[in-house]
Design a protein around this ligand. Structure first.
Ligand SMILES: NC(=O)C1=CN([C@@H]2O[C@H](COP(=O)(O)OP(=O)(O)OC[C@H]3O[C@@H](n4cnc5c(N)ncnc54)[C@H](O)[C@@H]3O)[C@@H](O)[C@H]2O)[C@H](O)CC1
Length: 503
């Protein structure tokens, strides 16, 4: 508890310095519940008071953690017990304290709560949220371990939650901090190292970092040639949607050893205008992308899709996108990566006899993605503001009870990425990555999920680079991809002794 409380205290100190330029004299409200989460809040409050911070501790339980209460005693923190107050008095106390505060610490509840907050805790959290939103200069909100009341294991939002700017979480990022919808309430997540050995546990949810992606990315060696680096076959675009072919191949061409394009002459001309490096026509490939820009009623193009699926599935990794999704056989291996958005996933699940609307998928994206994995055996990448990737659980490794593995939740992009053609670019990036690691994926199919998450990270970062805070088009994202990969792969600049760069 001492380590956790100290980390919370330091996060508040940092927030105060950023906001006020100092620490002493800052105004902090700490909301404290009954359990150990509240205990962390109490110890942090005691530490802040010793630094000269003006601390209000608002308790939602009649029995806050005893050790933490003892730590407060004799100090300057003001204790305001809300559990015994009349509701109107309690709400006034919240509004009076929170309105002028610089920082609010949410230590109402942590991992000990399921199914949303109840009673005084729920009322106080709702009132605090209102007061934060109404404040002329809203305080910084620091959550202890998790924003109180989120679904810690599944990312649900079953009731009132105070959205945090920073979550200081203990030991490991809980799934609820990464998974939608709760992930939007977590803010920046800082993990406190408690020295736990987590190597033998399969996390329910994870998020790849830049370093993870750098480790996964295939880097050419001196002996490499275009074929050994991986050839990607792309069945994309149609007379109606030629742009999808251009976007998928433009994203893939710089990353793969070679891209072969299979499609109608008109689209092929556009592809070659944009990327003369692309080879038109079929041939041996180490991975396929099938479906971008192919309508599910386009008989001629679906013939190419089915041919590529028949040739690729089970032999090489295959990205199955857009129009190809409904052409998928009933069962496939995890080396097939489906890349639907919420509407496409709803259609797929409905086609498999589980009537599902887009709203259903949006309400429970993790559950919907897991169901698609259970039905097909494929790896599923569900596109969204937080892109989710999940595949079957690894043999011999404990996963979810439905036979699915870790959910990767990547939130690396920008809202500007919600634009036509962005998915075609992602398909190209993912296809090229799978082509480059084709033999590894076929030897160890669960790798497909990590690579799909890596592609989502690169795609998101490329969008941020292309956007620079403003609007973008999908081709800008494709153009930004090589620079993002270069940055991820660049060795970190280290300063030598005395702060000088090593020569
Ligand atoms: N290694 C560790 O696990 C560490 C954990 N730390 C912190 O401790 C919490 C978990 O503590 P715990 O006491 O088990 O649970 P909570 O603090 O979440 O509170 C439980 C408490 O809340 C009340 N309660 C239960 N359900 C509800 C509800 N629906 N609405 C309102 N109130 C509810 C009930 O009275 C319970 O007693 C973890 O998250 C960390 O923050 C450490 O500090 C570090 C080590």
């Amino acid at each position: 508890m001492a380590t956790a409380a100290r980390a919370v205290e330091l996060a508040v100190v940092h927030a105060l310095r950023e906001r006020t330029g100092g620490v002493a004299g800052g105004r902090v409200v700490v909301l404290v519940g009954a359990g150990n989460n509240g205990g962390d809040g109490l110890y942090a409050a005691a530490g802040l008071a010793r630094r000269g911070v003006g601390v209000h501790v608002l308790t939602t339980s009649e029995h806050p953690q005893a050790g933490g209460l003892a730590a407060l005693r004799g100090g300057t923190a003001r204790l305001v017990p809300l559990a015994q107050a009349w509701p109107a008095q309690a709400l006034r106390a919240v509004a009076d304290a929170v309105g002028p505060a610089d920082v609010v610490v949410d230590a109402v509840a942590g991992t000990g709560v399921t199914g949303g907050l109840r009673g005084v805790a729920a009322t106080v959290v709702a009132a605090t949220r209102e007061a934060v939103e109404a404040a002329p200069r809203p305080p910084v909100v620091v959550a202890v371990d998790v924003p109180s009341g989120i679904g810690v294991d599944d990312g649900a939002l079953p009731g009132d939650v105070l959205p945090a700017d920073v979550t200081v979480t203990m030991g490991v990022a809980k799934p609820g901090l990464l998974l939608p919808p709760a992930t939007v309430c977590a803010g920046r997540v800082e993990v406190v190292d408690l020295g736990l050995d987590l190597t033998r546990r399969t996390p329910a949810a994870a998020r790849l970092t830049d370093a993870d992606v750098a480790d996964l990315w295939p880097v050419p060696h001196r002996e490499d040639h275009k074929y050994s680096r991986g050839v990607l076959g792309v069945v994309a675009g149609s007379d109606r949607y030629p742009g999808a072919a251009v976007l998928a191949t433009s994203a893939a061409a710089p990353l793969a050893g070679m891209v072969r394009y299979v499609g109608p002459d008109g689209a092929a001309r556009h592809v070659l205008d944009a990327r003369p490096e692309v080879v038109v026509g079929s041939g041996r490939v180490q991975a396929w992308v099938v479906g971008p820009g192919v309508g599910d009623d386009d008989t001629a193009r679906l013939r190419d899709v089915r041919r590529a699926l028949a040739e690729g599935l089970g032999t090489v990794p295959v990205v199955v996108d857009a129009g190809a999704l409904l052409a998928l056989p009933e069962r496939v291996a995890p080396t097939a990566v489906l890349t639907p958005h919420a509407g496409e996933l709803a259609r797929l699940l409905s086609a498999w006899g589980r009537s599902t609307s887009r709203a259903d998928v949006e309400a429970d994206p993790v559950g919907a993605a897991r169901r698609a994995v259970s039905f097909t055996g494929a790896t599923v990448l569900l596109k969204g503001a937080t892109t989710l990737v999940v595949g079957p659980s690894e043999e011999g490794v404990a996963g979810s009870s439905d036979g699915t593995g870790t959910v990767y939740a990547q939130a690396d992009g920008t809202d500007w990425l919600a634009t036509a053609g962005a998915g075609d670019v992602l398909a190209g990036v993912l296809g090229a990555l799978l082509a480059g690691r084709s033999a590894d994926v076929m030897a160890h199919p669960p790798l497909a999920a990590r690579l799909a998450a890596a592609a989502a990270l690169v795609h998101g970062r490329a969008a941020r680079a292309a956007s620079a805070g403003g609007p973008l088009v999908a081709l800008d994202v494709a153009r930004a991809v090589p620079g993002v990969v270069a940055t991820l792969l660049a060795p970190p600049l280290r300063t030598g002794p005395g702060g000088r760069m090593p020569g």
